[in-house]
Ligand binder design. Sequence first.
Ligand code: NAD
Length: 478
Amino acid sequence: MQFGMLIDGEFVTANAEPRIDSINPATLASTGSVPTASATDVDRAVRAAAHAQRDWAQRSVWERAAQLRTLAASIRARGTEILQLEAADTGNTIGKLGADVQIAAGYLEYFAGLGSELKGETIPATARGLHFTLREPYGVVARIVPFNHPFMFAAAHLAAPLMAGNAVVLKTPETSPLSGSLLAELCAAHLPRGLVNVLHGYGMPTGDALVRHPLVRRIGFTGSAATGLAIQRAAAETGVKHVSLELGGKNPFIVFPDADLDAVVTAAIAGMNFSWAGQSCGSTSRLLLHESVHDDIVAKVALRLGALKLGDPLDPTSEMGPVNSARHHERVMQHIATAQVEGARLVTGGDRPPGTAFARGHWVAPTLFADVTPTMSIAREEVFGPVMCALRWRDEAEAYAIANATDYGLTAAVWTRDLGTAMRAMRAIDAGTVWINAAGQHFVGTPFGGWKDSGLGGEECLDELLSYSQLKAVHVLS
Ligand code: NAD
């Protein structure tokens, strides 16, 4: 089936550029194909967005909010169709994936409710004058999203820029682009022409042309740290642009000896997001275990990994599907091979799962390495797959030193029953999010964003909305 992209309210289903054939990573069957956007298509989309934005910015926040709520309702109404396409196109298992549609619609509604927060301030700068600030939109915002939750990111990431009065040009990931076409249909039906444009294509040339476009002054990117850096460079070469980045992680899960160990094992599995084969920026892939509980937890986690039900992403009982693409499968297997060469002990997994059902498709068995040291690649590099590693520590200072010994700083989980330990840990760890006796949950309205190479800026909160506006100071003097 041929899917389209949306430029200036029109569906483009074919152009001169090469198409992307998307596949179900579990079966390698075709899921559909999309056209890809050339630099000319990007230019048309950005200009259409700039045109639509002028009228959109004139509308009250209440009018904008009403349209975002309508879009959210339309997403919920088509939820089943979106999820089935998304599960087949990504390999994410449909049982847990249902939340993605609700999360996407929920963020549209959340930001719709924050319109009146786009307010300025009055400043008593002189005795007789009036000095105040206004929050105004940037104009055209580029949003570029990754493959792990393509629909959820694409839809949720429209909310803050649109609410702040911007238009958006969205680029879908080159693997798993199809749900972006469904979102495009809903935007065409429920938003003004040209306000949202949805482009398919690779990083080069499509994403790069979008970042470099002179009318794009605000870029919101979610993806890998390497691409984040490339986007910062490209943006800096073409103008002074505001860039926010949501990047990768190598997130520590620190267990103190006084923790509830049964809860720890359950959370260690939940925090890894096996429903999407560990392909989550926040996956707690580094178990930092006190030496007194290390062997027990490693044994219990390995048992649980062995019991996970791998299977068809469209089967609601499947607990894990394949990784997203052939290229990504190769990357994950390379990380596993390097870990073994560097001396990590393979406890479970490490290859394709056994059985003919997994001979085709991009399957990787849930994998755990132990006897990992902080300098090994598997302790420092993001795998973005179903691969965990366990490191042993003896005293608290050592635990924090290991936790901070990567270039990333996205999330951390700390397990202890002692309040004093928890208080010291939450301050000692360099990360944008710290969970105490929990792992993985996002809470609407609280910032999610990385430190160090994990990103720039916080999302899912009021700051995200404000970051899509720029301040103007006005001085009225009599
Ligand atoms: P990626 O960086 O390879 O690609 C992400 C997007 O960027 C894709 O749409 C791609 O086409 C585009 N792109 C690639 N090169 C580009 C360029 N030069 N200019 C403009 N666009 C370009 O990432 P991925 O493999 O799709 O996703 C996995 C990564 O995303 C992981 O590192 C993961 O941790 C991260 N991620 C972070 C968050 C977060 O909130 N922090 C959420 C999800 C995923």
